[in-house]
Design a protein around this ligand. Structure first.
Ligand code: SF4
Length: 119
């Protein structure tokens, strides 16, 4: 689901300046309080690229300045670098919300090279 919403201090921005995109409904963590927890996600799947790549013309029309890639755990999404590169063309800030379990220096460099500006 794609929802315009405020995130932390960002909620002072205009409603559509931050776009949150859930790229997958899978997660590798078993957080008991979370509906995406790995113990509850046997039949959950990644979303397809058409769903997670909002058309550039729509982003321009909305005035989107930040995209937040979330999930589930977005580092499980196999095409995350492609999605970051896609949003780099029109959105100044690209943030990945991750639990960090898969993150190492190599993946960090790959995400930065693909266009991530924060996590
Ligand atoms: S790491 Fe995040 S998305 Fe995954 S189960 Fe825990 S709270 Fe949910």
């Amino acid at each position: 689901m794609i929802t315009p919403r405020g995130v932390n201090g960002y909620n002072r921005m205009r409603p559509y300046e931050t776009l949150v995109v859930d790229v997958t409904y899978r997660c590798n963590s078993p957080c008991a309080y979370c509906r995406w927890g790995s113990s509850h996600t046997e039949r959950r799947a990644d979303r397809n690229l058409e769903e997670v790549m909002v058309p550039h013309e729509s982003l321009r029309a909305l005035g989107t300045r930040r995209v937040v890639l979330s999930g589930g755990e977005p580092l499980l999404f196999p095409d995350l670098a492609q999605v970051l590169a896609y949003y780099s063309a029109v959105v100044p800030e690209r943030v990945v919300i991750s639990n960090g379990l898969l993150l190492d220096s190599g993946l960090r460099e790959k995400l930065l090279a693909a266009g991530a500006t924060g996590s």
